[in-house]
Structures are given as C-alpha cells and as structure tokens.
Design a protein around this ligand. Structure first.
Ligand code: ZN
Length: 199
C-alpha cells in the first residue's frame, strides 16, 4: 500500500527528537488505527501552542504573554537573577528549591562550533537587565558540562562589568550532569549553598 498522506505524516513525525523512520511509522499506524481522537487533540494542541507561545521579553522563557507570570509578579525578589540554559532547568529549580528571585533563560549555551554566541543567547538583553541596578546577585545555574562551564565563566565576567555579584551552585551537581536529571534534594542543597565564581 502506498499513500502520499501517510508518507507525509510519517515524515512529519520525524521532527520529534529520537524518532526515526520506524518509530514514526509505528506512531502513524497507531494514530490511524486506534488513536484518531487523540491525534486530533494532539494536532489542535500543537497548532495552538506553536501559534500562541512566544518568549517573555524580559527572561526569554516561554510565555503566552509579553511578560511571563514570574517576571510580572510583585512578590519575587528583584535583587536576585538566576541564569539557566533552558525552560526545563528553570522549571526544575522552581520546583526543587525555595528560590524566590527571577530568571533569565539563555535558551542554549555558548557553543562557537555550532554558531551559538552571546547574541544567540540574548546576552545583550541580559546586560540591559544587569545594568539597571536592581539586580545584586547573578546566580549562574548552567549545567556542569564543558560548554556550560564556558558559558558560566562568560556570564560571571559580564556580571562583574555591572558590579553584580556572580555566584554558582555548590558542588553536588555531578560534573557532566544535567540539572534536569539531578535529584531534587541535591539540587535544593546545591542551590542553597552557592559559591563564589572564580576569576
Ligand atoms: Zn519572564
């Protein structure tokens, strides 16, 4: 059997991470055989999310509004700013620690070989925030990978330019690990006992 629409669906499903030709075929057959209702819900949710979710103008996290709920909140500490690589990292810090400051989501890490530099991470916008005098401490919560460390070093230098104190999470987050997968107790502890960034 050959159906151009089926081929098209399989090809489209392959945009998901970790989904190759075989998985895409299985998903497509599943949707058509037993999951049509779920498939319709999925396609509607997908279209709406992609249409309506943008980035917060202040922190670059995903948001349906120009300014996200955390940035807009009056109850968050304005002197603390925490830089994370991804929205998933922001979420895990929010859930695992009692942090009440605000965030800046880099949406990546410095990676010159992939063409990801300061501009791609929105560091001009971060500089603007650091320059307004409200932020006193920049908590750098990049992942302890080689690129995450290089990014942390860069951010610490940027913070010092504006007389903002840069700090990092204490040990406990394993080297090469990703924050997203560190257990919550460890993360809360590492977050609570922050350390000075070495020059
Ligand atoms: Zn925001």
């Amino acid at each position: 059997m050959s159906s151009p629409l089926l081929d098209h669906l399989i090809e489209a499903l392959r945009c998901l991470p970790g989904v190759g030709q075989k998985s895409a075929q299985r998903m497509a057959y599943h949707l058509l055989e037993r999951g049509r209702e779920g498939g319709l819900k999925l396609s509607a949710a997908l279209a709406e999310a992609i249409e309506r979710i943008g980035h917060c103008e202040l922190c670059r996290d995903f948001s349906e509004e120009k300014i996200c709920a955390i940035c807009a909140s009056n109850s968050r500490e304005r002197s603390l700013l925490c830089a994370v690589e991804s929205p998933a990292d922001r979420l895990v810090i929010e859930q695992a620690t009692g942090y009440r400051g605000r965030y800046f989501v880099l949406q990546g890490r410095l990676s010159p070989l992939d063409g990801i530099g300061p501009r791609e991470l929105g560091l001009d916008r971060l500089a603007t925030r650091l320059a307004d005098g409200e932020v006193k401490e920049l908590i750098i919560a990049t992942n302890p990978t080689v690129e995450g460390e290089a990014t942390a070093h860069y951010l610490a230098q940027l913070a010092r330019q504006f007389d903002v104190h840069p700090s990092r999470l204490a040990h406990g987050v394993p080297l090469g690990g990703e924050l997203e997968y560190v257990d919550r107790g460890t993360l809360a502890h590492a977050f609570g006992s922050r350390i000075e960034v070495e020059r």
